[in-house]
Design a protein around this ligand. Structure first.
Ligand SMILES: Cc1ncc(COP(=O)(O)OP(=O)(O)O)c(N)n1
Ligand SMILES: Cc1ncsc1CCOP(=O)(O)O
Ligand SMILES: [Mg+2]
Length: 214
């Protein structure tokens, strides 16, 4: 496996409902800007299902493969297995971490955690990395919890928990460095790239911010 900590730096999450143009076009531009990780998250009003969802996932996976970018599937374990994806991302309302670990073997398993207890359970049950957020307010996820800044990331690091962590929720090139400074290894974003006038430039700017060059 690639070094996960390093690979999580600029983590783009997207599905057709997040895009202002063809999803493949958006992904192509994000790849040109330098994303390091990708999650297919086909969710929300108007989301694709069945064969159409599979076809889009397959197309985006092919693009990621061409550029050696890990391709994860959000929530849908069966789709991830069918596609032989690099991994899955699940949250507290999805299937239990231990069950998913059993199903996916040594594929990458990302888990959303919101409290210290959720984090220690997920760690014990086989998570490879944590997604923590919303860090900042977001309109992208309707059922998101209130934003809580970077307190949980800081608490985990202060307690010696060194699993790879990405922050999520309302992150952009202006605030990404503060998430890294709190102890995250990377930032995961939807609209900062998918709704940008130039997804390529937005990705570049995020990368610079994560690398602390501004
Ligand atoms: C990297 C990353 N972190 C958190 C999430 C959110 O997962 P979840 O809480 O299961 O919510 P949905 O994305 O399924 O709506 C994520 N997808 N990715
Ligand atoms: C999926 C998810 N989980 C917590 S916040 C969020 C949405 C992030 O989207 P954005 O980067 O547009 O705020
Ligand atoms: Mg989920």
């Amino acid at each position: 496996m690639t070094n996960l900590q390093e690979a999580l730096k600029v983590y783009f999450i997207m599905g057709s409902t997040n895009c202002l143009e063809e999803p493949a076009e958006v992904l192509k531009k994000a790849i040109a800007g330098g994303i390091t990780f990708f999650q297919f998250r086909e969710k929300g009003e108007g989301a694709l299902n069945g064969a159409k969802k599979y076809a889009l996932a397959k197309k985006l996976q092919g693009m990621c493969k061409e550029h050696q970018i890990p391709f994860l599937v959000n929530d849908d374990i069966e789709l991830a297995l069918e596609l032989n994806a690099d991994g899955v991302h699940i949250g507290q309302e999805d299937e239990p971490v231990s069950v998913v670990r059993e199903k996916i073997g040594d594929k990458i398993l990302g888990v959303s955690v919101h409290t210290f207890d959720e984090a220690t359970s997920a760690l014990k049950d086989g998570a490879d990395y944590f997604g923590i957020g919303p860090i900042f307010p977001t309109k992208t996820k309707e059922d998101a919890k209130p934003s809580r800044g970077t307190v949980l990331i800081e608490a985990l690091r202060e307690n010696g928990i060194n699993i790879p962590i990405v922050g999520i929720g309302g992150i952009n090139s202006e605030n990404a460095q503060s998430v890294i400074a709190a102890g995250a290894d990377g930032v995961s974003v939807i609209t900062a790239i998918s709704h940008a006038e130039s997804p390529k430039e937005a990705t570049r700017a995020l990368k610079i911010s994560v690398d602390g060059k501004r």
